[in-house]
Design a protein around this ligand. Structure first.
Ligand code: CMX
Length: 426
């Protein structure tokens, strides 16, 4: 592989290495964070102990990809986002075409993957099927092969990039195949190599798309979920597994297993269920007044409002804004969309008055499920697979950069409870 992305990275990597080396050499003993007892017992929340340059989540701005707010990137294709995540720049037309060509060269999923998936129990979770396919493809890893042949440390990133492109090229086909097999949608649909990644994915899912808006929805979905810093469960897991020099197939599959957890990738299902329950209860879209009463009833019974609040953000999530805008443009009359829209008008004020949630505004999950539902993608268990196709871009770009920088194997020090007690005099 000698694509333009590889060439661009080859030009950037010496500078990145030099920067990291001189920071460690000149300032290696300076303190950038500390850890409290509460953090050690509480998921290391807020401890600054890893580097991730691909993206940043700002409380007052939301997701920033390489300095660009995600709200400014909603018209970009997922392939452009991968290029941006890795290099810090958006690709030129020629660079984009080149990368798309590389994806297309690996878009056909080998038959042995389908054999493995078809042998799985028919009620297997779609995420288990998706991850099994990725693991089964590990036999194709260029990184593992070259490592065994004695690859130089300085070349690790090249092999990681090659595996990553192969994986990103194949993931839409794998994910679409899982959908059609698991939910008995009929034969698989072959990739259309003339299409961009999001459009091709939409086409392979096989849902009716007379207006082409489902393609737009898939492009947007893949773009918006691409990355979320380095410390979240999937990115952090991928980072840790990759740090052992496990190849990208192992590392991404591990990260996606984390994404499958109810505290990570499942929230949009919960939000959509909440909206559909409202539709059922009120036999259609409730009025703003009805929603207000309902929200108070729910809060007074000690339950949260799904889709609202965030651990970091303190404004409306720009990813919600983008999904909301697409729904408003394409199907403003849809009752599910109308509920999402009315909740957005009502809930922030209710939560402000309630006074508990630090962020009363909607997060990304408040609206994405409604779009999928509208377009006929109604198998909730599948939604995390869509998320995974997108988030693989973030995990892989972080992994390639880490291999380029020669980031060490992850090995924080654990301590015993008795040590903590002695330390704090408890
Ligand atoms: N409805 C009601 N109460 C809420 C709330 C909501 N949507 N969001 C937060 N609160 C409450 C919390 O339960 C907490 O109450 P207690 O003090 O009684 O425990 C209090 O407000 C303070 O919480 P917080 O610091 O504002 O929020 P956290 O960082 O602890 O949690 C989150 C963030 C997302 C888990 C939380 O806002 C929530 O449960 N939201 C609803 C579920 C949801 O939308 N999840 C999707 C998250 C998407 C993402 O993370 O990307």
């Amino acid at each position: 592989m000698a694509g333009l992305l590889k060439q661009k990275l080859a030009g950037q990597i010496p500078g990145l290495r030099e920067e990291a080396k001189s920071l460690v050499k000149g300032h290696g003993d300076k303190v950038i964070s500390e850890v409290t007892v509460a953090q050690a017992f509480g998921g290391m929340r807020g401890v600054k102990a890893m580097i991730c340059d691909t993206s940043l989540v700002e409380p007052d701005k939301g997701l920033i990809i390489r300095g660009r707010p995600i709200g400014d990137l909603t018209e970009k294709l997922p392939e452009e986002i991968f290029w941006l995540l890795l290099t810090g720049d958006l690709p030129s037309d020629a660079e984009l075409k080149d990368l798309q060509g590389e994806y297309q060269a690996h878009a056909d999923v080998p038959q042995y993957i389908w054999d493995v998936l078809e042998a799985m129990a028919p009620d297997s979770h779609p995420m288990a099927m998706f991850n099994t396919a990725i693991l089964a493809m590990e036999r194709e890893s260029i990184f593992r092969k070259r490592y065994r042949e004695g690859m130089q440390k300085g070349d690790y990133w090249e092999a990681a990039l090659e595996d990553s492109i192969r994986l990103l090229g194949a993931l839409p086909g794998i994910a679409a195949g899982v959908y059609r097999l698991r939910f008995k949608k009929g034969d698989r649909i072959a990739p259309d190599k003339a299409l961009d990644c999001g459009a091709n994915f939409a086409a392979m899912l096989g849902l009716p798309d007379p207006t082409g808006e489902f393609k737009n929805c898939m492009r947007l979905y893949l773009t918006l979920h691409c990355d979320h810093e380095g410390g979240n469960v999937s990115a952090n897991t991928c980072h840790t597994v990759g740090s052992a020099l496990s190849d990208p197939y192992y590392a991404v599959s591990a990260g996606l297993n984390g994404l499958a957890g109810p505290l990570h990738g499942l929230a949009n299902q919960e939000c959509l269920r909440f909206v559909l329950d409202l539709k059922e209860k009120y036999k259609g879209a409730p009025t703003e007044e009805q929603l207000k009463d309902f929200a108070w009833e729910r809060l007074n019974s000690g339950r949260v409002i799904p889709g609202y609040g965030h651990a970091v953000l303190r404004v409306t999530d720009p990813r919600f804004t983008a999904f909301h805008a697409l729904g408003g443009r394409v199907f403003p009359e849809d009752e599910v969309y109308q509920i999402v829209d009315r909740l957005f008008r009502v809930i922030p004020d209710v939560l402000k008055e309630h006074g508990k949630a630090k962020n009363p505004y909607p997060n990304v999950d408040a609206g994405s499920g409604a779009l999928l539902y509208h377009f006929g993608l109604r198998e909730f268990d599948y939604y995390t697979v869509l998320f995974g196709v997108s988030r693989a871009m973030g995990m892989l770009s972080q992994l390639i950069i880490n291999r380029a920088l020669g980031v060490s194997i992850t090995r924080p020090k654990s301590v015993q409870t008795s040590w903590v007690k002695a330390q704090v005099g408890a």
